[in-house]
Ligand binder design. Structure first.
Ligand SMILES: [Zn+2]
Length: 126
């Protein structure tokens, strides 16, 4: 096989680049630097028209607290939060919207939601 190795990038941003990086990170409400880099690559890829049209939603990451979704129609990153009291979309402020539906369709999220339901969290059946 002649497959390329997945790129690994370690970049240190200082000075004005650091300021800009942090400003963009804050804008999207990102916690992890790597998530922001992934998002920026996706946005630039679309911007340059390098591939077929991409679906409206893309999962940027997920952890025990929720899912970060890139919504191409809204041009923003939307957080869907998991809490013991239930699931909530940070954009629509509801538990019943396209972002929650998308989050619950993700295989990794389904597993997590099932586990949390068994622990008594008021999450929808996924
Ligand atoms: Zn929503």
């Amino acid at each position: 096989m002649n497959e390329k190795k997945p790129p690994q990038v370690r970049v240190v941003f200082e000075g004005d680049m650091q300021r800009r990086f942090e400003a963009i990170k804050d804008h999207y409400g990102m916690k992890k630097n790597a998530d922001l880099v992934r998002l920026l690559i996706t946005l630039k890829y679309e911007d340059l028209g390098l591939g077929p049209e991409l679906p409206r939603f893309e999962q940027i990451n997920s952890d025990n607290d929720g899912v970060k979704i890139h919504d191409r129609e809204l041009h923003r990153v939307v957080d869907v939060f998991f809490k013991p009291q239930g699931i909530k979309c940070g954009y629509d402020q509801t538990d019943d919207c396209v972002h929650v539906d998308f989050a619950l369709s993700l295989p990794g999220v389904k597993e997590l939601v099932r586990k949390r339901r068994k622990e008594g969290w008021k999450l929808p059946d996924a």
